[in-house]
Design a protein around this ligand. Structure first.
Ligand code: FBP
Length: 254
């Protein structure tokens, strides 16, 4: 069966989307954290107060921590993942949770990484399409993290590669795509165009100065993106809720 409309509107306000991500614990490991934000409660507390339109977690953290914050912000369950310890040339992200896990945790959407161009691409496409088909049967949107990566990819953030990744997400049936910023609004416009009707989110990237990060937000939005899925630039910031408010203004216009 195909064709059930998914419900992206739950993750949007004023036509835009602003998601807080905390799946870096598996993707990068504790190197991303300090004494404060290593505690998942610290980031969950920020999520519950930042007035973003969604919060991204892996299953384990959601199971152990989310109960106390449920209802404060829509949850997006990331259902695949990897560590960065394995070699990057044949990079693969394994399914680690199911659509049913997402439903039983009360999630409003699913997040899934594809490494476009990896030697493991065929397997990842296969894994993804099984999840995407099941999610569609339940009307749950799937947001794809589409990252060009692996031994055949020379420049992960080039205009051509990021646009190819965004287009791949459209072709595979993602409801929205999250990509890395290409570094300038002109090239990012091409990424947004390549994605057609499918909304494009930018990743936040590694922690930048407030000034540089605000500039990046303005550029991304001027290129026609629907918003951001951001992690480190919020919960590594000394004043996370102040930065969240600045982001809300620029992305959601509120
Ligand atoms: P950041 O805003 O912290 O960059 O988070 C975005 C994100 O996509 C996370 O969801 C994910 O854990 C991480 O970046 C993946 O980063 P990498 O590109 O290093 O694999």
């Amino acid at each position: 069966m195909i064709g059930k409309k998914t419900h992206m509107s739950r993750l949007m306000r004023n036509g835009h989307m602003l998601l807080l991500a905390m799946d870096q614990g598996i993707e990068h490991g504790p190197r991303d954290f300090n004494e404060k934000n290593i505690n998942p409660d610290y980031v969950c507390e920020i999520a519950s107060k930042c007035k973003f339109t969604g919060f991204i977690l892996q299953k384990g953290v959601a199971l152990k921590y989310w109960e106390n914050y449920a209802g404060s912000i829509p949850l997006i369950l990331k259902v695949n993942g990897r560590t960065e310890i394995n070699p990057k040339d044949d990079v693969y992200s394994s399914p680690v949770a199911s659509v049913k896990d997402a439903i039983s945790l009360g999630a409003d959407a699913i997040g899934y990484t594809i490494y476009v161009g990896s030697p493991m691409e065929a397997k990842m496409f296969n894994d993804f399409s099984a999840i995407e088909q099941e999610a569609r049967e339940y009307g749950i949107p799937v947001i794809m993290w589409a990252y060009p990566r692996g031994k055949f990819v020379k420049e992960e953030k080039s205009k051509e590669m990021v646009a190819y990744a965004a287009r791949t997400a459209l072709e595979l049936g993602a409801d929205a795509v999250k990509v890395n910023y290409t570094g300038d609004p002109e090239s990012f416009k091409w990424v947004v165009k390549s994605a057609g009707k499918m909304p494009v989110l930018s990743a936040g990237g590694s922690k930048a100065s407030d000034e540089d990060f605000l500039k990046k937000i303005k550029e991304v939005m001027s290129a026609g993106a629907i918003g951001f899925a951001v992690g480190r630039n919020i919960w590594q910031n000394d004043k996370p809720l102040e930065m969240a408010a600045k982001m809300r203004k620029l992305v959601l216009g509120e």
